[in-house]
Design a protein around this ligand. Structure first.
Ligand SMILES: [Zn+2]
Length: 248
């Protein structure tokens, strides 16, 4: 990568914060931070470990170990029986997971990644409105339907990632796909569980985007995309920190 590449910023030392965490610690931090911010509600059941593993891009064994340690620390609890599984504790312990600090201190990097994503994704939307093939549009539509049916934030996130990478592929420009993919994957390292109501709402924008692409309407496609990405400054954990109102 040349020093003039826009991706150089992603390798900046500032990112060392979460890079020094191992996979187990990133899972612990992301779930504990989501509980702290009220994104996961007390008593809420977590999705199966395999789904969490796919969504957070780590191994299933790592997820199982993270869940066990968070149970030991009182953030989560395990319940037996038909209503059983791993749940957020009714009164989750706070301040037990120091790895959270690496995420909190990465706020500037996250805001920068959101802006990089915004810049690239507006271009992606514009080009995909002229270049998406019928088969790609069909697949995008199918992913929107799957996100509507998704039973958990983990399942939703896996489809969401595929949706946006497919939109980048629909530009027909391999270079766009490569650069956009690099930014999005970096940003997703900071992805936290979300409440399902929020995700279902955001899926309406996916549907609007597919309609704009199908209608070959680049301006509408860019407008929807801008809304979809700009809001991340407020809805990702970096926008929620220090705002206890996020709990409602
Ligand atoms: Zn999305």
């Amino acid at each position: 990568m040349s020093s003039g590449s826009p991706l150089t910023a992603l390798d900046a030392p500032a990112l060392a914060g979460i890079r020094r965490l191992n996979a187990l610690d990133t899972v612990r931090a992301r779930i504990a931070l989501a509980v702290d911010l009220g994104l996961l509600a007390p008593g809420e059941r977590l999705p199966p470990a395999g789904e969490i593993a796919r969504a957070l891009d780590v191994g299933e064994i790592t997820v199982r170990r993270a869940l066990v340690s968070l149970c030991d620390e009182g953030v989560l609890e395990r319940r037996r029986g038909r209503a059983g599984g791993t749940l957020v504790s009714p009164r989750p312990a706070t301040g037990r997971v120091p790895e959270i600090e690496a995420y909190r201190s990465a706020a500037d990097d996250v805001h920068r990644l959101i802006d990089q994503r915004l810049l690239l994704e507006c271009g992606v939307a514009h080009l995909a409105a002229s270049n998406a093939t019928p088969a790609q549009l069909e697949e995008l539509r199918d992913l929107v339907a799957r996100m509507d049916r998704a039973a958990s934030w983990a399942e939703f996130h896996t489809c969401d990632e595929r949706f946006h990478l497919l939109a980048a592929a629909a530009t027909g420009l391999p270079a766009a796909e490569e650069q956009y993919g690099a930014v999005v994957r970096e940003l997703y390292r900071y992805y936290l569980p979300y409440p399902m109501e929020y995700l279902r709402e955001s899926n309406r924008e996916h549907a609007e985007l597919v309609a704009a692409l199908t209608g070959h309407d680049p301006l509408k496609a860019v407008e929807v995309t801008r809304r979809h990405v700009e809001v991340l400054h407020r809805t990702m954990f970096v926008g929620l920190m220090g705002h206890p109102a996020a709990r409602d």
